[in-house]
Design a protein around this ligand. Structure first.
Ligand SMILES: Cc1cc2nc3c(=O)[nH]c(=O)nc-3n(C[C@H](O)[C@H](O)[C@H](O)COP(=O)(O)OP(=O)(O)OC[C@H]3O[C@@H](n4cnc5c(N)ncnc54)[C@H](O)[C@@H]3O)c2cc1C
Length: 457
């Protein structure tokens, strides 16, 4: 065997697997294969000047490379079982929380010290939300911010690179199952290992499906969340964001009974585009450093869709909607809420005259030509509901960027060790469909590392 453990993917799941393996047994021979670049080489070419929108790089620096999809994220580590994944269904609620707290301690040790931990415990907003038919989910949120998140990753890499073999720009093509262990096949060679941890995240979703088909690993279709990113002047939500930083609020629509939720709130942040398998969607982030902050707050409003029979392809459904928006807008589209309500498209002139200045260059257009009526009705209802706890949310100049899609990978069948039907093959993080967040993905990495070391004892 070349290695005791091979980890595929250097996102939070892969990094924390490596960290814990090295810590528990420094003698282990470990390799990490990563399709994207090393951290210092990761650079999205969009500069807002020469390159204004996504040019479809071979390896997307936002989604791939050391740090994974989380590297340039806002670095919000949510310590909760209420959202961010269903890891607790496999390992129990208490254990899942303990692992997330452990990850938080490591992040503090590697450069995150001094960053703020927000909590919903005892918040007066819980009552205010309930009084307006909105529901605030419980969580503690460590906000590292994009800048400190990067520093933590730099420090973790500096430590790990001495103890682990990293192969960057090396996508794994396939995994083979010989009699013993695993054979990890890349373009320029194959490597063998006793245990293999697969942590390929959302960008590896198609690849993961292929591997599950080849190795006949059972899977289930997963849900997809579709919606828009809302951008408003920071003052409108400041009473919530100052106390909670990020509030996850859920609303059940009166018209259809669908649940709409806020997601990934970025006080004084910026809206950004992201490219998943060639489809350009919208996202957001913010900085801890006041010098880099903007005057706006952004968050997503998402509706969950899960198809099962006879149509199972929830991801394909969302991709079609995102493609439609890409077709009409050439990328991400932006519309003023007032224009949407009046049934008119936003034009460059209307956006220019808006009192809310967009933080991202997107094509002014009409989201009602892109989003299905049911989803759009739900989003509009929720904007009016939010307006009751944060007056101004439903202003004409509120900007809506579309579309935002949260693709969840199909769920891979794994046991409580996150091991699939093959001994020694672990599927973790967002690639498993079980986690959808930095904290859950990282916690799943620690969990498998402990199981691997324990099994070898
Ligand atoms: C812009 C943005 C902002 C976000 N903000 C937050 C936030 O504030 N809080 C939060 O909780 N979550 C956030 N998220 C989500 C979070 O980043 C993910 O949940 C998390 O990164 C998942 O970790 P992971 O290790 O499972 O997968 P990933 O981070 O996706 O890492 C997987 C890695 O595997 C690599 N890979 C894929 N296929 C292969 C292959 N065949 N061979 C080798 N390598 C491969 C990829 O290149 C990638 O680097 C954000 C995501 C984005 C895109």
């Amino acid at each position: 065997m070349n290695y005791d453990v091979i980890i595929i993917g250097a996102g939070p799941g892969g990094i924390f697997s490596a960290y814990e393996l090295v810590k528990l047994n420094p003698k282990l021979k470990i390799a990490v294969f990563e399709a994207g670049h090393a951290l210092e080489k990761r650079r999205c070419p969009i500069d807002g000047d020469k390159v204004k929108s996504c040019i479809g790089c071979k390896s997307c620096s936002i989604m791939s490379g050391f740090g994974g999809a989380g590297a340039f994220s806002d670095g919000k580590y949510n310590i909760t079982n209420d959202f961010g994944g269903t890891l607790y269904e496999y390992i129990g609620k208490q254990r899942a929380l303990e692992l997330m707290q452990y990850v938080d301690e490591i992040n503090m040790k590697y450069g995150g010290e001094g960053t703020k931990l927000y909590t919903t415990a005892g918040s007066k907003f819980k009552k205010l939300c309930m009084q307006n038919d909105l529901h605030l989910l419980d969580a503690s949120v460590r906000h590292l911010g994009t800048d400190i998140n990067y520093v933590v990753l730099e420090n973790l890499y500096a430590d790990l690179k001495e103890k682990v073999d990293f192969f960057f720009d090396t996508p794994v093509e396939t995994i083979e199952k010989p009699e013993e262990g695993y054979r990890v096949v890349c373009k320029d060679g194959a490597y063998t290992c006793q245990n293999c941890i697969v942590s390929v995240g959302r960008s590896g979703s198609k690849w993961m499906e292929k591997i599950c088909e080849e190795l006949k690993i059972p899977t289930q279709s997963n849900r997809v969340d579709i919606g828009v990113r809302v951008e408003i002047p920071a003052e409108i939500f400041s009473h919530l964001t100052d106390e909670l930083y990020e509030s996850k609020i859920v609303y059940r629509t009166q018209k259809y009974g669908d649940k709409v939720r806020t997601f990934c709130m970025n006080p004084k942040g910026a809206v950004v585009s992201e490219n998943t398998n060639g489809i350009v969607t919208v996202n957001g982030h913010s900085y801890e450093d006041p010098a880099k902050q903007t005057k706006n707050t952004n968050f997503a409003l998402l509706v969950a869709k899960h198809f099962s029979e006879p149509f199972k392809d929830s991801t394909g459904y969302a991709e079609s909607i995102a493609r439609l928006s890409n077709m009409l807008g050439g990328g991400v589209m932006v519309q003023r809420f007032g224009d949407l309500i009046r049934g008119q498209r936003s034009t460059p002139k209307r956006i220019e005259e808006s009192f809310t200045t967009p933080t991202m260059s997107a094509t002014p257009g009409d989201l009602s030509l892109v989003l299905p009526k049911r989803l759009l009705d739900g989003i509009i209802e929720m904007i009016y509901a939010l307006d009751k706890i944060a007056p101004g949310t439903a202003n004409d100049d509120t900007l809506l960027y579309g579309v935002e899609v949260k693709f969840y990978n199909m769920e891979v069948e794994v046991d409580e060790k996150l091991q699939c039907c093959y001994d020694g093959l672990y599927i973790i993080g967002d690639g498993s469909g079980i986690t959808h967040s930095l904290s859950h993905a990282s916690a799943s990495g620690v969990h498998v590392a402990r199981n691997i070391v324990k099994a070898a004892e």
